[in-house]
Design a protein around this ligand. Structure first.
Ligand SMILES: Cc1cc2nc3c(=O)[nH]c(=O)nc-3n(C[C@H](O)[C@H](O)[C@H](O)COP(=O)(O)OP(=O)(O)OC[C@H]3O[C@@H](n4cnc5c(N)ncnc54)[C@H](O)[C@@H]3O)c2cc1C
Length: 309
């Protein structure tokens, strides 16, 4: 029994999502191999090779993998699939673009967003926006799985996996890379941050949302938002936390002017400590908060910043 993890990387570095996925793969019970389909991706290969629990790194190198086009990466995974009992990828935009193609071609049911490995064929996954957990058992020969990365710890360093070059599949010709706009921010990446400061409709405007910046600066936090704040144009789309946004589980999540709709809770309720600031004492966010401040955010946030020195 061997699991294949499809690595998410940008050639120069490995994404943390891959590491969490390796932990889930190891829990399936067999060896763990990792596929790096990339171009001149030595740095990513080395990062995987030294991850504890990985027994082999398979490297498919070619210009057709340089930009991670799903058609090419999925074809590469399919070329290797016969030797594997499990094929896993993170439940990120990357993995969600690749694994359904793999599952369809293998004619198996994808098991999406697992949060726990119960045994080699049985997994837990949330549904109804995280309000219920399904235990699913698969009788398919190959388990094709996306992994909710926040549910699995990072593996340790200290591995020394063998690195093996595999023959690269040809360019599919079905898609081509045009351009990429990369958002640059001095703040940590939202899904990897240890502290997240999130704002909601209660902030009132794009201008007022900036009141959260000094708080995020003091705490070295990433900034997030509710969908209402995103839809109102206060902040960019990729800040959205929730069912249809990003799922985060930082050590500390501060929700400011967010009511706590179930779709928002689905993206943050597994945070270790939740602080809510809201002027409505009945707001549902307080039902998941460890600490709550009932008050006007325009008074509470500056006072908090002052207190933090
Ligand atoms: C299919 C579907 C998917 C969805 N996906 C998501 C998702 O991924 N993420 C998400 O967030 N939502 C999502 N939603 C939307 C969700 O249902 C809520 O509408 C949204 O989360 C509300 O955002 P909010 O809490 O910022 O706004 P509101 O619900 O309007 O809450 C604003 C809060 O601010 C407080 N407030 C106002 N002024 C102040 C002040 N001065 N000081 C302190 N507090 C103040 C109010 O008391 C209120 O509680 C989804 C909805 C659907 C139907």
């Amino acid at each position: 029994m061997t699991a294949l993890v499809i690595a998410e990387h940008d050639n120069a570095s490995l994404k943390g999502s891959t590491l969490h996925t390796i932990t889930a793969a190891a829990q399936c019970g067999g060896d763990v191999h990792v596929l790096i389909a990339g171009h001149n991706a030595d740095a990513a290969v080395q990062a995987v090779a030294k991850t504890a629990g990985v027994t082999k790194v398979l490297v498919a190198d070619g210009a057709q993998f340089a930009d991670g086009l799903a058609e090419n990466v999925a074809a590469q995974a399919l070329a290797l699939a016969a030797g594997y009992s499990h094929i896993l990828a993170p439940a990120t935009a990357f993995g969600k673009n690749i694994l359904p193609r793999v599952a369809a071609k293998l004619d198996v049911a994808q098991i999406s967003e697992i949060t726990k490995v119960v045994s080699a064929d049985t997994f837990e996954r949330p549904f109804y926006a995280g309000n219920a957990i399904a235990t699913v058992q698969s009788s398919d020969a190959t388990k094709v799985i996306t992994v909710r990365t926040t549910a699995f710890d990072l593996p340790a360093d200290g591995g020394s996996a063998a690195v093996e070059n595999v023959s690269a599949v040809a360019e599919s010709g079905k898609s081509s890379f045009v351009s990429r706009e990369i958002a640059t921010s001095a703040r940590p990446e939202l899904t990897a941050a240890k502290v997240v400061v999130s704002g909601g409709r209660g902030l009132g405007s794009e201008e007022s949302f900036k009141i959260l910046e000094p708080l995020a600066d003091k705490l070295g936090a990433a900034m997030g938002a509710s969908r209402a704040a995103v839809d109102a144009g206060y902040v960019p789309n990729d800040w959205q936390v929730g069912q249809t946004g990003k799922v985060v589980a930082p050590d500390l999540y501060i929700a400011v002017g967010i009511s706590g709709a179930i779709q928002h809770l689905a993206g943050m309720k597994d945070s270790k400590v939740i602080v809510a600031i809201n002027k409505d004492a009945e707001a549902p966010i307080f039902s998941v908060a460890d600490y709550g401040i009932v008050g006007d955010l325009f008074e509470v946030v500056p006072a908090l910043v002052k207190e933090l020195g």
